[in-house]
Design a protein around this ligand. Structure first.
Ligand code: PDD
Length: 278
């Protein structure tokens, strides 16, 4: 596997970073995960503009222009022969040979990217996933895509323990989002409900893509928070993310959603999105 590390493409075995890297010591790093489908990137512009906002929010200078970022992505995908899959990108605050919370005035970032070939539309998209609910223990700036992912890692472990594939995170009696995806429900009137953007959730690129497709499809979208009880009794539930695109949720905390199978509205959203991808 060929990866990209701070200016160079190299075999993954040669890609080493300092143990004093601020990504390692303080989780001081931004990341992005961009889908590749049919050799093309899905909404690269959206990912790069979110990356810019995250970097600004965590005081790391953006090392590259959008054109340079796009070029690195393309070269990486070419070198690894990835037609369908994901590109992972991380920009950290860099390494300074000591553990210093504040760090230097200006950071010299460490940049790492790798490409992963895998089907984006797999069994889980076809058959659906099971979710559990648990408390949202993340920090309060979830609108920035940082590598502070311990809450999510533990949420995935709890889900697996319960025989599920993901977790819906709950705060103040409301669903924030899924462990690495935005959460949606379909109400009795067939409206699509997803939480409004704020510091509490990540502004998903796939969420925005679905929202723009809905406008032309006649389906109504309502941006508001919903409770886990509403999700449990919703007609349909699904998640959106670059990793799994539109994933039907067929059970919540061990109880089926609807008849326990992916529903017609979710199927329609999948078709709309897949058509736009192709
Ligand atoms: N996760 N919410 C959270 C907490 C996420 O981590 C993600 C993405 C999303 C969906 O965002 P997008 O549609 O831009 O992928 C929402 C990525 C895929 C990850 O951590 O692997």
């Amino acid at each position: 596997r060929t990866v990209y590390l701070s200016g160079n493409f190299c075999p993954v075995e040669d890609a080493t970073i300092s143990p004093f890297d601020r990504g390692f010591l303080f989780a001081h790093a931004a990341y992005e995960v961009t889908s590749v489908y049919d050799g093309r990137f899905i909404d690269m512009e959206g990912h790069l503009s979110r990356l810019r906002r995250t970097l600004e929010g965590i005081s790391i200078p953006n090392p590259y222009s959008d054109e340079q970022w796009a070029e690195i992505h393309s070269e990486l995908v070419d070198k690894n022969g990835v037609e369908e899959g994901l590109v992972y990108l991380e920009v950290t605050g860099g390494a300074y040979g000591m553990r210093d919370f504040a760090g230097p005035e200006t950071f010299s970032p460490t940049v790492f990217l790798y490409a992963d070939a895998r089907p984006l539309i797999g069994d889980l998209a076809r058959e659906g996933i099971k979710a559990i609910t648990l408390g949202d223990t993340r920090w309060k700036r979830r609108d920035m895509k940082t590598v502070q992912l311990l809450s999510q890692a533990l949420a995935y472990r709890a889900a697996r323990e319960a025989g599920a594939e993901t977790a819906f995170m709950i705060e103040d009696g409301l669903v924030t989002e899924a462990a690495s995806a935005n959460a949606w429900i379909v109400d009795a009137e067939g409206r699509l409900i997803t939480r409004e953007l704020s510091h509490s959730i990540l502004p998903g690129i796939t969420r925005a893509g679905v929202a723009s497709l809905l406008a032309a499809s006649g389906l109504e979208m309502v941006e508001r928070a919903f409770t886990p009880e509403e999700a449990a009794s919703a007609k349909e539930v699904f998640t959106t993310s670059s990793g799994a695109i539109v994933a039907p949720v067929v059970a919540l905390d061990g109880k089926p959603i609807g008849d326990g199978k992916p529903g017609p509205v979710t199927r329609r959203i999948q078709r709309l999105y897949y058509e736009a991808m192709g």
